[in-house]
Design a protein around this ligand. Structure first.
Ligand code: HEM
Length: 130
């Protein structure tokens, strides 16, 4: 059985991805994914699962192992053709803000949001490679 905590993270991730998809700062980087929708949701579902696994795994879940690419390679267009260009600091700011919005839409307590914010901030230099 999938635990409630994992389902909560998945809800936050799905909400956040909707905010990202409508964010003009981030939209260009997700061009491949957005071009597939609404006809083909396979990429969206896989991204939702992988980002959820990533957060659950990094939050200490023993039951969910992140099996996607490394954070460096995922965000490097050479290794990941679904990433159309290198991420900028402004995009990183926008991504974190959008995840906070997605969490707030799901009534996640501020103290928990702060922990995920710190996790994302710790990845800035790995993800922003330009
Ligand atoms: C701490 C912040 C971030 C985290 C934790 C994160 C996490 C992830 C994860 C787990 C994946 C899936 C990897 C896989 O499937 O193997 C992914 C894919 C991706 N990320 Fe990020 N990401 C972050 C920031 C960003 C930013 C700032 C951008 C944009 C500039 C971005 C753009 C993308 C794109 C375009 C993909 C591929 C989407 C697709 O499958 O079509 N990410 N990210």
């Amino acid at each position: 059985m999938i635990e409630q905590g994992y389902l909560s993270i998945r809800s936050v991730v799905d909400s956040s991805l909707m905010v990202v998809a409508a964010d003009p700062v981030l939209m260009p980087s997700f061009a491949v994914l957005l071009a597939e929708l609404p006809g083909n949701t396979t990429g969206f579902t896989e991204l939702s699962k992988n980002v959820t696994d990533f957060f659950a795994f990094n939050a200490g879940s023993a039951n969910h192992i992140y099996e996607g690419m490394s954070m460096h390679d995922t965000h490097n267009p050479t290794d990941n053709p679904r990433m159309t260009g290198l991420a900028t600091n402004a995009q990183m700011d926008a991504f974190i803000a959008d995840v906070v919005t997605g969490a707030q839409q799901n009534a996640v307590p501020d103290a928990i949001i702060a922990q995920f914010g710190a996790l994302m901030e710790s990845l800035r230099t790995t993800i922003v490679q330009g």
